[in-house]
Design a protein around this ligand. Structure first.
Ligand code: DP6
Length: 357
């Protein structure tokens, strides 16, 4: 008996130009393009195994050992349905000898290699790994950008985790969403010098989820309209060029400015959303001062902070400065006991650990 089973992994990505707002909540079409760095596979990733079998009575999914409900019309349901549709259209309709896997139910098992409690978004790596494993299971002859159209419908940011390195999610303009996809701007090997340090400021579950927070921002923030019309298109061009030219100064300035503006639109939401806390703000002050000294010494910018929908900091830096930044962070924010156990160092190998602060 043939076993139809496949496993795939996908890493977490951290945006430099933030996705915040949907113009279509069902298809997950964003109000602006975004750009991220995919962290390397060794650290934060989801691994997913899918199996199709004619004896399965319904589709089922386990996340970290616990079964999740696949609600009809929900995100998981949509991704699985879309992957089965691709299998039918791209494989079975074209060759009658292929087994009709699209008609079998699937069992899917997914694990994150980082503690869910760490407060780091796992939906991006999770949906990217799900789509990737089904694409292997179904032997789909399609590109990662095509798969990103489906991962996007699981969680917007997931579309970017299908690529490594520096990745753009183009917002697109088609109401069907057919051009709202991810593209690789440059592979990690183009600029292997860039590292990301993740500082776990708090592992509390965040107060306002990205999904509901961004919708409230779309409905109530006037600043968001300025951001999506005027600011982001220009920043997408500037940061893409900075990546091509390995211009860390510009990369850092745009990344920090965009994190600041994302948190400004969160604050401009009614009622306001606060994702940063005092420790997050103190890390911002530390990075600002470190860069000021860098410029004074003729070395330019040496670090870039960015924050998602929570207080944890990600600091991008060139490899040569990682050790010094780490020492500074640890000096100014002494570790609590046992702090290192759920902390990570990332990207490009040789990353160091930054503890819970
Ligand atoms: C702040 O992708 O989690 O991390 O599409 O509703 O699932 P949904 O939202 P999600 O939002 C991520 C928001 C962000 C910025 C980003 O990753 O670009």
């Amino acid at each position: 008996m043939t076993v139809y089973q496949a496993t795939a992994s996908a890493p977490v990505n951290i945006a430099c130009i933030k996705y915040w707002g949907k113009r279509d909540t069902k298809l997950i079409l964003p109000t602006n393009s975004s750009l991220s760095v995919t962290l390397d596979q060794d650290h934060l990733r989801s691994t997913t195994t899918s199996r199709a079998d004619p004896s399965f009575t319904h589709d089922r999914l386990w996340l970290n050992g616990k079964e999740e409900e696949i609600k009809e019309g929900g995100r998981l349901w949509t991704c699985i349905r879309e992957m089965k549709r691709l299998r039918k259209e791209e494989v079975e309709d074209k060759s009658s000898s292929e087994p009709k896997l699209s008609t079998y139910n699937v069992h899917i098992c997914s694990h994150n290699n980082f503690p869910t409690a760490a407060g780091l978004a796992s939906s991006a790596s999770g949906f990217a790994a799900l789509v990737s494993s089904l694409s292997h299971l179904y032997s789909l002859p399609v590109s990662s950008s095509t798969l990103s159209l489906i991962a996007r419908q699981g969680s917007g940011s997931a579309c970017r985790s299908l690529f490594g390195g520096f990745v753009a999610w183009q917002m697109g303009s088609n109401p069907s969403g057919s051009d709202s996809l991810a593209l690789q701007i440059a592979p990690q090997s183009h600029w292997p010098d860039i590292h990301a340090l993740i500082c776990i400021v708090s592992d509390d579950k965040k107060g306002t989820s990205s999904t509901s927070g961004m919708q409230r921002t779309v409905e109530t923030s006037s600043l968001l309209h300025h951001r999506i019309k005027t600011v982001v298109p220009h920043r997408m061009e500037t940061i893409s060029k900075a990546i091509q030219e390995k211009d860390f100064d510009t990369f850092a300035k745009v990344t920090m400015a965009d994190s600041n503006q994302f948190h400004a639109v969160a604050l401009d939401t009614e009622p306001p959303i606060f994702y940063l806390n005092d420790v997050s703000r103190a890390i911002i002050a530390l990075v600002v001062e470190y860069n000021r000294l860098g410029v004074e010494e003729g070395k330019g910018y040496r670090a870039a902070y960015t924050y998602d929908a929570g207080p944890n900091a990600v600091i991008y830096a060139k490899k040569e400065n990682v050790k010094e930044i780490l020492e500074l962070v640890v000096e100014y924010f002494p570790q609590r006991e046992g702090a290192f156990k759920d902390a990570f160092g990332l990207f490009g190998g040789g990353g160091k650990v930054v503890g819970k602060l």
